[in-house]
Ligand binder design. Structure first.
Ligand SMILES: C[S@@+](CC[C@H](N)C(=O)[O-])C[C@H]1O[C@@H](n2cnc3c(N)ncnc32)[C@H](O)[C@@H]1O
Length: 263
């Protein structure tokens, strides 16, 4: 059900701008204008958006195929696009169970598209929730996920919406405390290493949308404290287990990410 009170089409929203950069149609004029202004500020942003989706695909594939994970909690899902988490996970492990969480009413309106299991054995659920309420999200996710078994907790380009570095770390910790040993954290975020990306985020903050704050690589990395890094560790997202390229080369960008196991 679309919540008209929460649905603001007069201010841009990161889920819809992200959708615009990924070539989707689920966005409004206000998002297109903000998205174009962002491209002016940082022309690489559309490439970064695609590369962050490619990181999601590779990390979920790794978790399902190599780490044997069968449960996924994808927080800050975004609008459905190509190769969503359940499609990748259930493509490897048909019985995979996936819970999506987002607080954007437009994502909720599109949730049905996320809820289509790609296999009869799998389970996919959407929760209209806010990462500021980890207990509420975990409680609701229990309908699908068994929190006595390993869960992959995912934050893909989401935690820039956290107001402070401390808040970001506490948010991650709250979710990782709720999952057992053998669970994983998969997280990526844009860092403040690229001045053009920083300018983009500063411009976005002026639009009235919820600000997206780029942190230093060290601050993003600290979200993994206490966890065991999977090779190659904390790197630019393009350098995390890249698929072979037939032409050209893999270039680092200012987005950093990793996958790590809870001991
Ligand atoms: C930049 S998009 C990333 C989407 C997706 N994870 C991806 O990688 O394509 C950020 C997402 O986080 C969601 N989000 C922002 N604040 C949130 C919050 N407090 N709780 C849950 N989701 C939130 C937004 O609605 C948006 O869908």
């Amino acid at each position: 059900m679309l919540d008209e009170q929460k649905m603001r089409t007069d201010i841009p929203h990161s889920a819809r701008i992200w959708n615009y950069w990924l070539g989707g149609k689920d966005n409004y004029e206000v998002d297109q204008l903000a998205g174009e202004a962002a491209i002016q500020a940082c022309p690489d942003i559309t490439t970064m958006a695609v590369q962050s989706r490619q990181f999601l695909i590779r990390s979920v594939r790794y978790l399902a195929a190599e780490a044997g994970i069968r449960q996924f909690l994808d927080i800050g899902t975004g609008l459905p696009t190509m190769q969503n988490t359940h499609e990748v996970a259930q493509g490897v492990a048909p019985e995979a169970r996936v819970v999506y969480v987002d607080n954007d009413p437009l994502v909720l309106a599109h949730a049905k598209a996320l809820l289509v299991n790609t296999t009869p054995e799998g389970e996919t659920r959407y929760i209209d929730g806010d990462f500021n309420d980890p207990d509420g999200i975990v409680e609701a996710a229990r309908a699908v996920l068994d929190f006595d078994k390993p869960v992959a907790v995912m934050f893909m380009g989401v935690l820039g919406h956290s107001p402070t570095v401390e808040h970001m770390r506490n948010t991650v910790s709250a979710f990782m405390d709720a999952v057992p040993s053998g669970s994983y954290l998969s997280l990526q975020d844009g860092s403040n290493e690229d001045p053009l990306y920083v300018a983009l985020c500063e411009g976005y903050a002026q639009t009235g949308g919820v600000p997206y704050i780029p942190r230093s690589a060290a601050e993003i990395r600290a979200c993994f404290d206490g966890l065991d890094m999977v090779d190659p560790g904390f790197v630019s997202i393009t350098e995390w287990r890249p698929d072979p390229v037939e032409v050209g080369e893999i270039r680092a960008n200012c987005g950093y990410g990793a996958v790590a196991r809870k001991p």
